[in-house]
Design a protein around this ligand. Structure first.
Ligand code: KDO
Length: 331
C-alpha cells in the first residue's frame, strides 16, 4: 500500500524536527494520528470495538488515539471540533447532528426506528447515503458508518410504578443537553433536565435527578444500577452512533488508505452492533440480580403520545419531504 506524504504528515515531521533537540531523537512521522474524543469510558463496548478492530485495521499507516470521559472535548462539541480541524474522529449521534443540520432531527424521534436491523438498512441504503452527503457538504465531516448503540430505557430511583406517560409527570429525568434530547424527555411525559453524561452517576447518587435514560449496556458500564432502583422498558429510542471522520484528513489519504479506513469502520461497527445486541439480551437478568425491578410498561401509550408530539412539533417542519414514509417503508 502506498503512503502519501500528506501535508499533515509533513507538518508533524517539521514539528518533530523543531522539538528534536538532539540528533538521537527519532522523527516518527511515518504514521498519522487519528484522535477520537468521546464522553464514554474505555471499557464500554463501542470503545473496545474501535480500540481493537478499527485500530488494527488502520495500523499500517495510522495510530488510533482515543480520549475517553470527555477529557479532550466536552460532550456535544466534537463535531464542531472536527469541522474546525481540531479533532479527527468522534462517535456522534443524530441529536448532535440535528443541532447543526435540522433535517437530521427526523432520526431523533422516539419510536421511529423499529430495531437494529431496520436502523442498519436505513443507513446502509439510499437514505443513509443522502443524509451522510448532507453532513459532508454542510459540515466537512464524513460519517463512515452506523453502529447500534442499544435501545434506550428509563432507569429511575424510587419505587413509583411507571405504566403510562402520566406516571412520569414531575419526574426529573436527566437527558443529554440538546433540544432534541430534551424534547424526547417531554414526549415521554417527564420533566427533562440537561446534564453531561459524565455527571449522571453522582447526580443519581445524591438525588439531584430522579432518573436517566440510556441503553442497558451503558447502564451496566457506568454502574448506574448501583444508584437506581428500577428499569422501565419503554424502548423509546433504538439508538445509534455514527463514526464521524474529518473530511480534510480523509481527503489527504490515498484511495487505498480511504478504502482501508472505510473497511475498518464497517468491520468495527458491525462487531460493536453484534456485541451490543448480545449484551442487551443478557442484561435484564443481571440488573434483577443487582436488586433492581425491571418491567415493561404500556409501551403503546408511550408510543402514541411520542409519535403525535413529534408530528406536531417544529422539528417535523425540517424533515425532508417524504422521508418519514421512506424510513417506515424500509423492510
Ligand atoms: C448520553 O449522554 O446519555 C449518551 O448516551 C447520548 C449518546 O448519544 C452518546 O453521546 C453517549 O451518551 C456517549 O457516547 C456516552 O456513552
Amino acid at each position: 500500500m502506498s503512503i502519501k506524504l500528506s501535508r499533515r504528515i509533513l507538518l508533524s515531521a517539521i514539528a518533530a524536527t523543531a522539538f528534536a533537540g538532539t540528533a538521537t531523537t527519532a522523527i516518527s512521522a511515518d504514521k498519522i494520528t487519528l484522535r477520537l474524543s468521546t464522553p464514554t469510558t474505555e471499557t464500554e463496548l463501542r470503545s473496545v470495538g474501535l480500540a481493537t478492530i478499527f485500530a488494527d485495521g488502520v495500523s499500517e499507516f495510522a495510530t488510533y488515539e482515543p480520549h475517553y470521559n470527555d477529557t479532550l472535548f466536552k460532550q456535544g462539541t466534537e463535531l464542531v471540533a472536527i469541522a474546525r480541524g481540531n479533532l479527527d474522529m468522534s462517535l456522534t449521534s443524530a441529536q448532535e447532528l440535528a443541532k447543526l443540520i435540522p433535517e437530521w432531527s427526523i432520526f431523533t424521534a422516539g419510536y421511529l426506528m423499529r430495531d437494529p436491523e431496520h436502523q442498519r438498512k436505513v443507513f446502509e441504503g439510499d437514505i443513509g447515503a443522502e443524509m451522510y452527503q448532507l453532513v459532508e457538504d454542510k459540515l466537512g465531516v464524513k460519517l463512515l458508518s452506523v453502529m447500534y448503540f442499544g435501545t434506550r430505557q428509563l432507569n429511575l430511583r424510587g419505587d413509583k410504578v411507571i405504566n403510562t406517560p402520566a406516571d412520569l409527570d414531575g419526574i426529573n429525568l436527566r437527558m443529554p443537553g440538546t433540544d432534541a434530547w430534551q424534547f424526547l424527555g417531554r414526549a415521554l411525559g417527564a420533566n427533562p433536565t440537561p446534564l453531561a453524561f459524565t455527571e449522571v452517576y453522582t447526580s443519581l447518587q445524591t438525588g439531584a435527578i430522579d432518573g436517566q435514560d440510556n441503553p442497558l449496556p451503558t447502564d451496566k458500564d457506568k454502574k448506574f444500577y448501583e444508584v437506581t432502583d428500577q428499569i422501565v422498558l419503554t424502548s423509546h429510542l433504538v439508538d445509534m452512533n455514527f463514526l464521524a471522520f474529518s473530511k480534510s484528513v480523509w481527503d489527504d489519504l490515498t484511495a487505498d488508505q480511504q478504502a482501508t479506513v472505510q473497511k475498518a469502520a464497517d468491520d468495527a461497527s458491525a462487531s460493536i452492533t453484534a456485541a451490543i445486541v448480545a449484551n442487551e439480551a443478557e442484561l435484564v437478568a443481571f440488573f434483577e440480580g443487582e436488586g433492581l425491578k425491571v418491567y415493561t410498561p404500556d409501551v403503546d401509550a408511550f408510543r402514541t403520545r411520542a409519535q403525535q408530539m413529534y408530528l406536531e412539533s417544529d422539528f417535523s417542519k425540517d424533515w425532508p419531504d417524504g422521508l418519514l414514509d421512506r424510513i417506515n417503508a424500509v423492510k
